[in-house]
Design a protein around this ligand. Structure first.
Ligand code: UT7
Length: 331
């Protein structure tokens, strides 16, 4: 199969990470865990935790400003702002609208998407569709996550895994350069929603003193089941995305996977046939930042020269929903 011609490309990326570093040893002071357990079971050594008062919109806007500066794009030129988050600043309006206001993207349509850890890939795909339909020239895809606000800090099985941060990409039409998104495979399975969810605080179980007292507004996860589904679905998505692009794993210069657990990353890479030297890993420094993990990893890989002009990249993600997917790109 011939390589498809990309319709849109990533013009530039950006990231924001809060300064506050929380190590495994810090966590072991307040909960029954250890640096050894967290490192060997997850690969995480530390994570960033945002201070009170720093919003997801502000983190997202910082990442987006960096991406826009690098792309040479002015706020008024942006046609669409797609923001993915599992931790909206408020239930109404969208965090995307708050971010749009902070950025001054006055000519843009702005809205949130909720696809948990897969949100950046879903966002890129939506931006591609919008631009391909001729509705605009420039999209901002932002992932901003303040996971620390939905973690149950008394639950060691989830509290040690997550961190805060934001990543962003300026997406524009490809103009025949050959750079851009080559293929996409996205899926969801709502039948497994209760493997990773927040039971209370929405319309099913509105916020009440009981919800707060019992912590039903906080994240619950069946870790082992999520683990199995993550590996199976990301591996299959990688295969299908490669097939759709007419590529094999040998063609890939770098795999940029969602950063949930080093064991999930290693298993996905193995199934995809990609050696670990060609896999970008930062889960050790940041933990799982939900949808912000992929764009932050992407941005670091670009900055470090692990990917550059002409590189072929495979990216994959998996999260609550369930949601998952993979994408191939030529940079
Ligand atoms: O972004 C997508 C969302 N999330 C994920 O992808 C996460 C997917 N799941 C995982 O990464 C792993 O399942 C975990 C890291 C969450 C757990 O690792 P595991 O190897 O599956 O451990 P486990 O849940 O089977 O627990 C093993 C033991 C248990 O003790 P017992 O029952 O064997 O005595 C747990 O209570 O480890 C215990 N444990 C801990 N011990 C120390 C669980 N969490 C901790 C902890 N510190 N933080």
């Amino acid at each position: 199969m011939k390589n498809p011609t990309p319709i849109v490309e990533i013009a530039a990326t950006g990231r924001f990470l809060p300064d506050n570093v929380v190590t495994n040893d810090d966590l072991a002071k307040t909960m029954d865990t250890s640096d050894e357990w967290i490192r060997t079971r997850t690969g995480i050594s530390e994570r960033r935790i945002a201070p009170d008062g720093l919003t997801a919109a502000e983190m997202g806007a910082s990442a987006a400003r960096q991406a826009m500066e690098r792309a040479g794009v002015q706020p008024g030129e942006v046609d669409i702002v797609i923001l993915s988050t599992a931790t909206p600043d408020r239930w109404l309006p969208s965090t995307a609208c708050d971010t749009q206001a902070l950025l001054g993207c006055d000519n843009a349509v702005a809205f949130d998407i909720m696809a948990a850890c897969s949100g950046f890939l879903y966002g890129l795909s939506m931006a591609e569709g919008y631009l391909a339909a001729g509705r605009g020239e420039i999209a901002l895809v932002i992932s901003a996550e303040k996971m620390s606000t939905i973690i149950d800090w008394d639950d060691r099985t989830t509290a040690v895994l997550f961190g805060d941060g934001a990543g962003a990409a300026v997406v524009r039409r490809s103009n025949g350069s050959g750079r851009g998104i080559l293929s996409t495979h996205l899926r969801s399975d709502g039948r497994l929603a209760n493997l990773l969810y927040r039971p209370g605080g929405g319309t099913i179980d509105p916020l009440s003193q009981g919800v707060l007292d019992e912590g039903r507004h906080l994240m619950k996860m069946q870790g082992r089941e999520i683990f199995k589904n993550a590996v199976r679905n990301m591996a299959e998505a990688c295969d299908l995305a490669l097939q759709k692009a007419g590529l094999t794993s040998d063609d890939i210069d770098l795999l940029v996977p969602h950063q949930a657990n080093i064991r999930i990353i290693e298993a996905t890479a193995k199934y995809a046939g990609i050696p670990m030297e060609k896999v970008y890993v930062n889960v050790d420094r940041y933990g799982n930042m939900s949808s912000a993990s992929v764009p932050i990893a992407f941005d670091e890989a670009l900055e470090q020269g692990r990917i550059g002009p002409g590189s072929k990249v495979l990216t994959a993600a998996f999260g609550a929903g369930l949601t998952w997917g993979a994408m191939t790109l030529r940079m």
